[in-house]
Ligand binder design. Structure first.
Ligand code: FAD
Length: 475
């Protein structure tokens, strides 16, 4: 096969691989280059998400939740199981096998959609060419009518907390621990910090989360954030807000941490310290001199609303460009760009991107928080429904949390939907669809929801907006 392509995608994470697949579906000649190497040296498509992010974290969240439920909840259901013990080796083996199944699936999808998958490093050269250094060391230049850059992101490291990969670790290392740390420190109470903290807390660690901000989950509707904070505290997650880490140093088999808060300076010793303070765009070795592709002041590749860069026919998608660092946001950008290249319609509705935190209870939201709507000055109304009043949630022994809807007072438009509770990440799909179609609260009120389901909480929250809830007292 010649090395001329309609499209070359650099990066096969959840932004790049869907772009390549859609380009293939659009009958374009496409190659996708990716350099991801696992800790055992093997190459794999799927990027951060499949190899070291979304999928392995959800595999461990699921296993650790089952472990904790078997210990603490089965008796309530009348199930006697004797002593519940942990086989972390088996749990980690399952996590690795879930990841492998998913990453192998990309090879099959590439094949089925005519995508040439190349394992190796890609560098954009001037003139829309991509220099590829393959895993076997060979180099070749691919000519491309269009190049899509999807090089993703990498964890932010703190200078005062020197990473060593063993005691002071990042989120990837923290997914692969082979023993349960007795004392675990987590820097950052964001999505990743809370998910990883939850996994190891459920498996037996004493977890301290140090968060520099005074406010807990500032991006989340604060009614929901406060509810979450209560539950996490009850679960034993020691979340210290306003705690700025000053230093960390490995000492023997432990890590000495110092931090300051309103009360002064404190020290803490943990067995492992996870740094989960966010991610930054990754463009190292991606752009040769003179390509003309511009980065912004934070290192993101500059793009317009259709993900076009400053160079014609060079596009950029996913974590390496502005917007939330989420797999599904990158996927939609990839599909949009591949459709635009083929001359089809393509658009991403950035106003309606759902977010999920896969803790217990789960947290999910779409649209604006009540605080954002209030700040906008638009008159609004809210309604909520507690899962404690949901028959299905009660049957599942999962009555914690609520669904909340924020709607415009003038035309009844739904402005934001926020859920904390069982399967919130699944329930939010209805909210996203409603908002994508500019639904009013009344539209949701008049939509029949099956009984008994968790989704009735969204229905009842919509009714509660107009004080018409049936299964809870209207306030
Ligand atoms: C622990 C954790 C949990 C997460 N959980 C979720 C979640 O539940 N839901 C969610 O939506 N998001 C989650 N995320 C975020 C999600 O992983 C990212 O938003 C997503 O992976 C970004 O996709 P991407 O394709 O832009 O980049 P990446 O997934 O980072 O993929 C980029 C790929 O490009 C390759 N690459 C980079 N440069 C080159 C080059 N020059 N040549 C060749 N290849 C190159 C990289 O090796 C990598 O394979 C999580 C992240 C972490 C760390």
């Amino acid at each position: 096969m010649s090395d001329d392509y309609d499209v070359v995608v650099v990066g096969a994470g959840p932004a790049g691989y869907p772009a390549a697949i859609r380009a293939g579906q659009n009958k374009l000649k496409v190659a996708c280059v990716d350099e991801w190497q696992n800790t055992d040296g093997s190459y794999a498509f799927g990027g951060t998400c499949l190899n070291a992010g979304c999928i392995p974290s959800k595999a461990l969240l699921e296993s650790s939740e089952l472990f904790q439920r078997a210990k603490d909840e089965f008796a309530t259901h009348g199930i006697k199981v004797g002593e519940v013990t942990l086989d972390l080796g088996a749990m980690q083996k399952r996590r690795a096998s879930v990841v492998k199944t998913m990453t192998n699936g990309i090879n099959a999808l590439f094949k089925a959609n005519g995508v040439v998958g190349i394992q190796g490093h890609g560098k954009l050269l001037p003139g829309n060419k991509v220099l590829v250094k393959a895993a076997d060391g060979t180099e070749k230049t691919l000519e491309a009518k269009n190049v899509i850059l999807a090089s993703g992101s990498t964890p932010i490291r703190l200078r005062s907390v020197p990473h060593d990969g063993k005691f002071i670790v990042d989120s990837w290392n923290a997914l692969e621990f082979d023993t349960v740390p007795k004392r675990l420190g987590v820097i950052g109470a964001g999505v990743i910090g809370l998910e990883l903290g939850s996994v190891w807390r459920r498996l037996g660690s004493d977890v301290v989360v140090l968060e520099a901000l005074e406010q807990f989950l500032p991006m989340v509707d604060q009614t929901i954030a406060k509810e979450a904070q209560r539950h996490f505290k009850r679960q034993g997650l020691d979340i210290k807000l306003g705690a700025k880490v000053l230093s960390a140093a490995v000492s023997g088999n432990a890590v000495d941490v110092t931090y300051s808060d309103a009360q002064g300076e404190h020290s803490l010793q943990v067995d492992k310290l996870v740094v989960a303070v966010g991610r930054r765009p990754f463009t190292e070795g991606l752009l040769a001199e003179g390509t003309g592709v511009q980065l912004d002041e934070r290192g993101f590749i500059k793009v317009d609303e259709h993900c076009g860069t400053s160079v014609p026919n060079v596009w950029a998608i996913g974590d390496v460009v502005r917007g939330p660092m989420l797999a599904h946001k990158g996927k939609e950008e990839g599909v949009m760009v591949a459709d635009l290249i083929a001359g089809h319609y393509g658009e991403v509705n950035y106003k309606v991107i759902p977010s999920v935190i896969y803790t217990q209870p789960e947290i999910a939201w779409v649209g604006q928080t009540e605080e954002q709507v209030k700040a906008s000055g638009r008159p609004y109304k809210t309604g909520s429904f507690p899962f404690a009043a949901s028959g299905r949630a009660r049957a599942m022994e999962a009555g914690a949390g609520m669904a909340k809807i924020v709607s415009a007072k003038d035309d009844d438009e739904v402005l934001g939907i926020h859920v904390i509770g069982p399967m919130a990440g699944e329930l939010i799909a209805e909210a996203v669809l409603a908002m994508e179609y500019s639904a009013s609260t009344e539209d949701i009120q008049r939509t029949i929801h099956a009984h008994p389901t968790l989704s009735e909480a969204i229905h009842e929250a919509a009714l509660a907006v107009d004080k018409k809830a049936i299964d809870s007292i209207n306030r």
